[in-house]
Write a protein that binds this ligand. Structure first.
Ligand code: DGP
Length: 113
């Protein structure tokens, strides 16, 4: 089983600012924020990326999106936020545990880089 920085944060071995935690996932502030508000929505179950998700992960993936909406709303950004996930090193994934980036607080251009 891979043991990533996010697993260590979940076990409180590495400090992070938690914004939410439930049975299925947790949300922390990103250590290298790319927007005034930048959080990571991370499943507790080990799952490398959306690129390796299966039908069995469908409910979990939906839960992560609903949590992202709730966290964005609670932070005052429910009117405009972006959820993005990188799947694979070629797409910019550096931590091999699925995470949704939740970005808000500045104009978010399209297409992303
Ligand atoms: P990605 O490149 O899509 O795999 O995003 C990984 C993100 O994880 C990146 O935006 C920085 C963040 N990150 C990496 N290490 C830590 C850490 O130790 N603490 C926190 N809070 N975030 C981290």
């Amino acid at each position: 089983m891979p043991d990533t920085i996010f697993h260590r944060i979940l076990r409180r071995e590495v400090p992070a600012t938690f914004l939410h935690e439930d049975d299925l996932c947790f949300v922390i502030k990103d250590v290298h924020p790319q927007a005034p508000f930048h959080a990571l929505v991370i499943p507790k179950a080990t799952l490398e990326s959306v690129g390796t998700a299966t039908d069995a992960d469908a409910a979990l993936l939906g839960h992560l999106l609903v949590v992202a909406r709730k966290v964005a709303t609670a932070a005052g950004y429910g009117h405009a936020f972006r959820v993005v996930t990188n799947a694979g090193a070629g797409a910019g994934q550096s931590v091999p545990q699925l995470h949704l980036h939740l970005l808000a607080g500045r104009p978010l251009s399209w297409p992303p880089g």
